[in-house]
Design a binder for this molecule. Sequence first.
Ligand code: C5P
Length: 212
Amino acid sequence: MSITIAIDGPAASGKGTLARRLADYYHLAYLDTGLTYRAVAHRLLEEGGSLEDEAAAVDAARRIDLGNLNRGVLSAHAVADAASRVAVFPEVRRVLVEKQREFAERSEGAVLDGRDIGTVVCPGAEVKLFVIASPEVRAGRRLRDIESRGGRADFDAILADIKRRDERDTGRADSPLRPAADAHLLDTSEMTIEAAFQAARGFVDAAMDANY
Ligand code: C5P
């Protein structure tokens, strides 16, 4: 059957890892929608444009090709913060959401992760997960992630960044980060990746059974 899995949650909640594992396990297409907002921000930064320039951001959004998103380049820390600034523009969101919906519709089943998948992009998704973890746990994960790749970072600076991005993402007027009414809440603060994956599998298997 063709199933859509919508996964939302704040930065470093573990939603990306979970989304990739579910996509692998159920053989579904996967789209990290955060990369689309990051790509818009990255283009503006590269072209020397201002992050406040809505028209330039919309133009950049129109030129985004979902098949050509470079995770390596886009995962930079500065790009994440810039992404949350261009993500407040309603017209940028409209353009990107249209591309994300096309992806979900043309795929034979898909997993999408982001902030507004269950509420806006795929409100009809068969399974919706809202993944959370405390800001401190998320900052700790980010720090270990950076250190495991040989980098250095400061816990307090990461924590402040995470909180700032949370505030921007939950506080914006258009498509704020919030759980859909029918989303399953998954708090991964005290969970291993494996435990979170098993819990998510339970929800997906139940939805598959219900749809047959
Ligand atoms: O998920 P990621 O950290 O890559 O997202 C970067 C930023 O893009 C988020 O902080 C958020 O502001 C924005 N975003 C969004 N809606 C999505 C995905 C990401 O507003 N569906």
